[in-house]
Write a protein that binds this ligand. Structure first.
Ligand code: SF4
Length: 341
């Protein structure tokens, strides 16, 4: 199966402020709940030069934030002979070869994450202090059945090390509840883990049994109602944690990117903090100030909720290049608007 490269034309479905850069295709991990390795084949990295070239072209087209994705970004370059240093080398090459103001990577598999990335993240202001690390569970027993290894203790240590190295690090994870082998005890262990770690963002999914998955032989013993109940419980727990973590931001000034008009009103501008990845981590609504899509701004946070934040633009720190402005609809200056949730 051929991988696309930088010569393939790109249509930016994201609107132009950010763009995803797919660094590899396929997966070699054995997760028993997942069909992707069979569907997409084994892990194949795109050549580093091709990725840097594509990133340059995206930057020239006005993109301000690059989001690296793959089924497992941590193994980037392993098949190209880079061992575990591939993702770090790619990030360094992108920092060196482009002037993109924001770069982040998603989908870090915990067992293969190269911790030498943390000092790079701490040092490079253009590399978002953001760790998306899908853990799927915290119970060692469940993780073993998922064939992922690890457990609450190792994950706690990994996240603590990351937070210690990278000031202001935002951590996102996802969990699957109702996997075979998850009894009350395992679910409670997961709840305790979520309470202790205090993630910035969490996604929770109820296990979906598929006959074609490698773990089909484990059956589907957790009733649908129980799965749904656990999903809701964990989401509610995280909502309380996120609300409290966001509250700390009230009154502080920080950096944000302006994305464009909010879907709710063309007179309301929205964007994101560095600690919010596109599409999944909530948004920042600007209730006052002037900004254009692609501007990197200083913002004062004025209101906070469980998922979204509200702030006032204080100044434009890095204006979007004019070619970018030409690509996106211009927006009027914004004054205070009623926002709430
Ligand atoms: S869940 Fe992710 S890491 Fe695991 S096999 Fe599927 S794609 Fe690979």
């Amino acid at each position: 199966m051929k991988l696309y490269d930088h010569t393939a034309p790109r249509f930016l479905a994201t609107g132009g402020v950010y763009a995803y850069l797919k660094v590899a295709e396929g997966c070699d991990n054995p997760c028993t709940f997942c069909h992707i390795p069979r569907m997409r084949g084994s892990f194949r990295s795109r050549p580093l030069d091709s990725l840097v070239e594509e990133a340059r072209r995206l930057e020239e087209a006005g993109v301000r934030e690059l989001v690296l994705v793959a089924q497992d970004t941590t193994r980037y370059g392993e098949d190209l002979g880079m061992g575990r240093a591939g993702l770090r080398r790619l990030l360094e090459a992108l920092l060196e070869g482009t002037g993109l103001p924001w770069i982040r990577f998603l989908y870090a598999y915990p067992a293969t994450l190269d911790q030498r990335i943390f000092p790079l993240m701490a040092r490079e202001s253009r590399l978002a202090p953001y760790l998306d690390i899908p853990l799927q569970h915290a119970s060692h027993r469940v993780l073993k059945l998922m064939k992922r290894g690890g457990g609450a203790r190792t994950y706690r240590e990994l996240i603590a090390a990351a937070r210690e190295s990278v000031p202001g690090l935002a951590v996102r994870t996802t969990f699957i509840v109702g996997f075979p082998g998850e009894g009350e005890r395992e679910f409670e262990e997961l709840q305790r883990f979520v309470e202790d770690v205090r993630f910035d963002h969490v996604g929770v999914f109820a296990y979906s049994h598929q006959e074609e998955n490698p773990g089909a032989a484990l059956g589907n013993p957790v009733p649908r109602r129980t799965k749904e109940q656990r999903r809701r419980l964990l989401m509610r727990q995280q909502e309380r944690i996120s609300r409290a973590m966001h509250r700390v931001l009230r009154g502080t000034e920080t950096t944000a990117i302006v994305e464009g008009a909010s879907p709710e009103s063309e007179y309301l501008l929205q964007g994101r903090l560095l600690g919010q990845a596109p599409e999944v981590d909530g948004r920042l609504l600007f209730s006052d100030g002037t900004g254009r899509p692609g501007d990197i701004v200083k913002v004062k946070i004025t209101k906070t909720y469980a998922f979204d934040l509200v702030g006032e633009i204080r100044e434009v720190l890095i204006p979007a290049p004019s070619r970018h402005r030409a690509l996106l609809p211009s927006l009027p200056s914004l004054r205070a608007a009623a926002v709430g949730r």
